[in-house]
Design a protein around this ligand. Structure first.
Ligand SMILES: CC(C)(COP(=O)(O)OP(=O)(O)OC[C@H]1O[C@@H](n2cnc3c(N)ncnc32)[C@H](O)[C@@H]1OP(=O)(O)O)[C@@H](O)C(=O)NCCC(=O)NCCS
Length: 166
């Protein structure tokens, strides 16, 4: 059985962002989020972690094409700073604008909420994510040695920040 029937039925078009909408995800989306997470991340979160995020009141924004979840962002708000804990797109639709669409939405919501800055960590070797964040105006403000597990041992994290203050 195809474990990703909704993704594989997607029409093949270059950029998806014009057909996307954003919804708040909840416990009913845990299984789908978990499935995307499993195939997109080397060290995926468990459904339990997503559950904890929902119960903690973090923002879970899902990018939908019709009723299909294609990716999501998890944001932990701390006063006027928002921390992007996870950004994940179904590999079936990588490089078709879903990640940028989600981050544009998060930045827009943050600006409307008078948030001062967005923060996140990214693997040094995660070229795709680093490139995306770079184009969105994130800047490196730190580096955490050996922050992530990887196949060779540990990998550093870059700490990135995007100011929303003029
Ligand atoms: C990082 C990730 C969210 C990007 O999502 P995406 O929907 O594929 O990205 P988009 O199509 O919106 O691309 C936006 C920009 O990101 C950069 N980018 C995306 N994929 C890239 C790749 N494979 N190589 C280089 N740059 C890439 C480009 O700048 C791209 O803009 P462009 O296509 O106009 O050149 C996605 O690759 C993913 O889910 N990766 C696994 C999970 C992960 O690493 N999350 C980030 C944790 S910090």
């Amino acid at each position: 059985m195809d474990p990703f029937p909704t993704s594989t039925q997607l029409p093949v078009s270059a950029v998806l962002s014009e057909s996307l909408s954003v919804v708040s995800l909840d416990e009913s989306d845990l299984e789908t989020m978990g499935r995307i997470e499993q195939v997109a991340h080397l060290y995926p979160w468990s459904e339990r972690v997503f559950m904890d995020c929902i119960r903690s009141g973090y923002y879970l924004d899902g990018a939908m094409q019709a009723d299909r979840l294609l990716g999501f962002a998890v944001i932990m708000p701390i006063l006027n700073e928002w921390h992007v804990l996870n950004l994940c797109v179904d590999p079936v639709v990588h490089r078709r604008g879903v990640g940028r669409f989600l981050m544009d939405f998060v930045l827009d919501q943050a600006a409307k909420s008078d948030v001062a800055s967005l923060w996140l960590e990214v693997r040094v070797g995660n070229t795709a994510a680093r490139q995306l964040y770079d184009t969105l105006g994130f800047e490196q403000v730190g580096q955490r040695k050996g922050y992530y597990p990887d196949k060779q041992g540990r990998e550093d994290a870059l700490v990135l920040m995007r100011s929303l203050e003029s």
